[in-house]
Design a binder for this molecule. Structure first.
Ligand SMILES: C[S@@+](CC[C@H](N)C(=O)[O-])C[C@H]1O[C@@H](n2cnc3c(N)ncnc32)[C@H](O)[C@@H]1O
Length: 198
């Protein structure tokens, strides 16, 4: 299957995932105060940076990573306009060397964007980028599609992939954008208890 040319999507404006605001599920999560100002977070596949700006607004030190140069440029410009502080880098989250490890990783529509046969690489990247004892918050798209992106997943697949490496703190159906209501599921994973596999 041909890899998606994400940069072309941004250049042509063909970005149906772009909602102009952060994930509603993330906004509600940040209001709980579980993520503490001063902690660090990386948002891989950050697009134009709405979610990064939500984390920055909650006082965390943020790095947004995306492989599409135009997304990274737009993310930086929009963040500067909002007078928020966050760093953005053009990187391949799955393949590039890790610049530093983070207290938090936040996933929102990267897992469903990559080819399903690269999900083991995605898991390996999450384990590399997260500090020991860090937390991984994911908003997964629970759709049946196999001809993506977006590529769907199931609770069974998500749990069997991540549970050998993390303790599941909580999972829930979040508030969503209107066209995704009921189709998303949040998972909060903790890496304090590291399994024998790692
Ligand atoms: C469906 S878009 C979602 C963007 C953003 N999370 C949002 O919800 O608006 C997927 C994003 O992941 C980026 N991406 C795909 N594969 C990537 C990789 N291996 N490393 C970094 N970014 C990647 C794409 O460039 C694109 O911006």
């Amino acid at each position: 299957m041909k890899a998606t040319d994400w940069e072309s999507h941004y250049v042509s404006g063909d970005t149906p995932w772009e909602k102009g605001e952060p994930s509603p599920g993330l906004v509600d999560f940040l209001e709980t105060g579980v993520a503490v100002p001063g902690q660090t977070v990386c948002v891989p596949g950050c697009g134009t940076g709405h979610d990064v700006r939500a984390w920055a607004g909650a006082g965390l030190e943020c790095l947004g990573v995306d492989m599409a140069p135009s997304a990274v440029r737009m993310a930086g410009e929009r963040t500067d306009r909002r007078v928020l502080k966050a760093e953005f880098r053009c990187m391949d989250f799955l393949a590039d060397p890790v610049p530093r490890q983070f207290d938090w990783l936040f996933e929102h529509t990267l897992f469903c964007a990559i080819q399903p046969d690269r999900r083991p690489d995605y898991l390996a990247a999450i384990l590399r980028w997260l500090k020991p004892g860090g937390r991984f918050l994911a908003v997964h798209y629970m759709i049946p599609d196999t001809d993506g992106p977006p590529f769907g997943t199931t609770p069974e697949e998500v749990e069997s992939l991540f549970s050998p490496h993390f303790e599941l703190v909580r999972q829930w159906v979040p508030r969503s954008y209107p066209n995704r209501t009921g189709l998303e599921r949040c998972y909060l994973w903790d890496r304090s208890i590291v399994s024998k596999k790692d």
